[in-house]
Write a protein that binds this ligand. Structure first.
Ligand code: UDP
Ligand code: MN
Length: 379
């Protein structure tokens, strides 16, 4: 009897030890798979590329001991993709709180001279041509052809390099021009983004521009870990969420004004230097870490860092931004049947039907306010 009890006890102890060992191994492995470098020197897209969870899963799957954690990680990844690229966000039930028009929004498009033909012409032929008054193009080189298409081309004097400093320089000018404009909302997009301005207005009308609003979509699945320089010799770790510039984001005027000591004039560049991260991360740092305002995540913003095939064709107009480009070494664009073939229109932006314009009574003259016919339930 006693010997039986002793054996059971021994077996239980061995079992418990093995379980502990297994849990420790899995925990360690999961950490290794998703850990980001504490400090990243270059672009946020590189930050994304380095610890790709998918790549990590592939690497892990060949090693026997890592299979279990890889499996768990894969499940998390799949769920995240569904959440991110899925259609309507939960914003839905929120009623409009402010009646805003297209000219209350300042849309800043960041570009560089080498992309004027290959990227800007496409945007000028599609969504910008319908929203010229509220769209401002921030670039780094003179271009008659672009200037003939719109008056709102801003030459930033920033370098044309794809360096952290050059990108922050452009963001600094975008911020200052927005403040000067007196508009209610600042929205930033890249030159590979499509903006559904009607849907954007509908979304922003759900918030008050005098409140602290920062809205967009993160490209990372956890807050970025950075170090902030607080003096010549002192650094301290900071963690914060940021909305990726490649999906576009918006900031209310109320919040933008509070950002001024860290963002206006030359301050933005200094702030970016303090954390040594790119422009969109610096925006997140000022808002979340310095001002303590939380990013509002919204699934209607899309960058090419997510699988754009997952946006249903019937929901295209209900998305705020779209994109095209590369994702995991493959061409990435929305699926959209239309008048143009994929060869003629690889981004699919030319194939998106023009949004319906509101009908006014005959003889109506007056400010054109955009009436929204997007289904409220779709947000
Ligand atoms: N860009 C820039 N200067 C450069 C290269 C890129 O201002 O030298 C801008 C580009 O016009 C775009 C954004 O930075 O608006 C992101 O560039 P891209 O889409 O080429 O790179 P991604 O980071 O999305 O891979
Ligand atoms: Mn891009």
């Amino acid at each position: 009897m006693l010997r039986n009890c002793g054996r059971k006890l021994l077996l239980s102890l061995v079992g418990a030890t093995l379980t502990c060992l297994l849990v420790l191994m899995v925990d360690q492995q999961t950490k290794q798979l998703v850990e980001l470098p504490a400090e990243a020197e270059d672009s946020q897209r590189q930050l994304q590329a380095e610890p790709s969870p998918v790549k990590a899963v592939q690497d892990a799957s060949v090693k026997g001991a890592q299979t279990f954690s890889a499996y768990i990680n894969k499940l998390t990844r799949v769920r995240r993709d569904v959440e991110q690229v899925g259609t309507p966000s939960l914003e839905g039930s929120k009623p409009p709180v402010e009646d805003i028009a297209a000219d209350d929004v300042f849309i800043a498009v960041k570009t560089t001279k080498k992309f004027h033909r290959s990227r800007m012409d496409l945007l000028m032929d599609t969504w910008i041509s319908r929203n010229k008054e509220q769209t401002y193009i921030f670039t780094d080189g003179e271009d008659e052809e672009l200037q003939q298409k719109t008056e709102n081309v801003i030459s930033t004097n920033c370098s044309a390099a794809h360096s952290r400093q050059a990108l922050s320089c452009k963001m600094a000018v975008e911020y200052d021009k927005f403040i000067e404009s007196n508009k209610k909302w600042f929205c930033h997009v890249d030159d590979d983004n499509y903006v559904n301005v009607k849907t954007l207005i509908k979304l922003l009308s759900r918030y008050s521009h005098t409140n602290d609003i920062y809205i967009g979509k993160p490209s990372l699945d956890r807050p970025i870990q950075a170090t902030e320089r607080i003096s010549e010799s002192k650094m301290r770790p900071v963690n914060f969420w940021f909305a990726t510039g490649g999906a576009g984001f918006c900031i209310s005027r109320g919040l933008a004004l509070k950002m001024s000591p860290w963002a206006s004039g030359g301050h933005f560049m200094n702030t970016a230097e303090k954390i040594r991260l790119p422009d969109d991360c610096t925006i997140g740092y000022i808002i979340e870490s310095v001002l303590g305002v939380k990013l509002i995540r919204n699934n209607l913003f899309h960058s090419h860092l997510e699988n754009l095939h997952q946006v249903p064709q019937s929901e295209i107009h209900n998305q705020v931004t779209l994109s095209y480009g590369m994702f995991e070494n493959k061409r990435n664009a929305i699926l959209m049947k239309g008048a143009f073939s994929v060869e003629e229109d690889p981004s699919r932006f030319r194939s998106i039907p023009r949004p319906k314009f509101p009908r006014y009574p005959k003889g109506y003259v007056g400010p054109v306010r955009v009436t929204l016919d997007v289904n409220v339930a779709d947000f």
